[in-house]
Design a protein around this ligand. Structure first.
Ligand SMILES: NC(=O)c1ccc[n+]([C@@H]2O[C@H](COP(=O)([O-])OP(=O)(O)OC[C@H]3O[C@@H](n4cnc5c(N)ncnc54)[C@H](OP(=O)(O)O)[C@@H]3O)[C@@H](O)[C@H]2O)c1
Length: 286
């Protein structure tokens, strides 16, 4: 824990509109690779410095820790936005409905604001039936919003054609080296919000890029803050992860960083297609 007072309030984080009429805080807190027994502490620290949006998943094994932090935060549940995800082995109509109940039980916070299909997993070929179950959950009023993660354009087109229901968000790997302009254009055409996972490059050296470091030095901020400010400026929802209190605070403070048009152009020019995670066209983890 840091002793410094919070400098950002939740109101400083823009509310990003979603196509179903709800909003999502544009900057949230990711907890992938945070063990369950540390998730409560890390999430509590995130709440302390102003985050109100947490991104977890069944496969992260830390929904219980996140749920504890939400319940013990003293913050009204309506002011906190929680995303969780359905794991690939639970895809399929009936399995999805059962898995959703298990997500709910582990979180134990009364409701889930956003439920995502974690991966399209095309080799399994269950994602259309899975999306039908998501639509059922939403129609029955059991979940706030429904979306997907790691879907490419053909996967999105297939679920939209099959159900007439468009996911409100697609959470995909995205950062200055992987800008996915074609996918983002498709999202814009269909009113699908783009949410960036590994927005900081997940510790693989992106933050040492000389362009990002140069802008950061000129502005007197960090290259992580420059990177997050770029995401926010192009309209992405972002969910940086850290277990380091100083970085947790640093990352949310990126909402106060303003980049020039030249900075934006320089970062846009960094796109080189580098993918640190798996490719949604082929990944199934089965
Ligand atoms: N849908 C999906 O398939 C999927 C896949 C991957 C991730 N995600 C979501 O996206 C979230 C973020 O992605 P991610 O965890 O892969 O990576 P990330 O947020 O891009 O980067 C996290 C890494 O950067 C370090 N870091 C954080 N803030 C920093 C700062 N200000 N300066 C320097 N280093 C910093 C962290 O270290 P410390 O923690 O040691 O501080 C950690 O090693 C995940 O937590 C998860 O919620 C979703």
């Amino acid at each position: 824990m840091t002793d410094s007072s919070p400098v950002i309030t939740p109101a400083d984080v823009p509310a990003h509109p979603l196509a179903d009429g709800t909003t999502i805080p544009q900057l949230g807190f990711g907890v992938w690779q945070v063990p369950d027994d540390q998730a409560q502490t890390a999430t509590a620290e995130a709440f302390r410095v102003g985050y109100r949006h947490i991104d977890t998943a069944a496969i992260y094994g830390n929904e219980m820790g996140v749920g504890h932090a939400v319940r013990e935060s003293g913050i009204d549940r309506s002011e906190i936005y929680v995303t969780t995800k359905l794991w690939n082995s639970d895809q399929g109509f009936d399995r999805t409905l059962k898995a959703f109940d298990e997500n709910m039980a582990r979180l134990d916070i009364g409701s889930i604001d956003l439920y995502l299909i974690h991966w399209a997993a095309p080799p399994l070929d269950h994602y259309v039936e899975t999306w039908k179950a998501f639509v059922r959950l939403h129609e029955d009023g059991r979940v706030g919003s429904i979306g997907v993660s790691n879907f490419h354009q053909p996967h999105l087109e297939r679920i939209i054609d099959a159900t007439g229901v468009t996911p409100v968000i697609n959470q995909v790997e995205m950062h200055p080296y992987l800008q996915l302009n074609d996918l983002r254009a498709f999202h814009d055409e269909h009113d699908i919000a783009t949410e960036a996972w590994s927005p900081l490059g997940s510790g693989h050296g992106l933050l040492d890029d000389p362009v990002l470091v140069g802008i950061a030095e000129r502005l007197g901020v960090s290259s992580a803050q420059v990177t997050l400010a770029w995401h926010l400026a192009i309209g992405n929802v972002v969910i940086p992860k850290s277990v380091t209190p100083a970085r947790i605070a640093e990352n949310i403070a990126s909402v106060q960083v303003t980049l020039t048009a030249d900075d934006m152009a320089a970062i846009t020019a960094l796109d080189n297609g580098t993918r640190y995670g798996s490719n949604p066209d082929t990944a199934s983890f089965a």
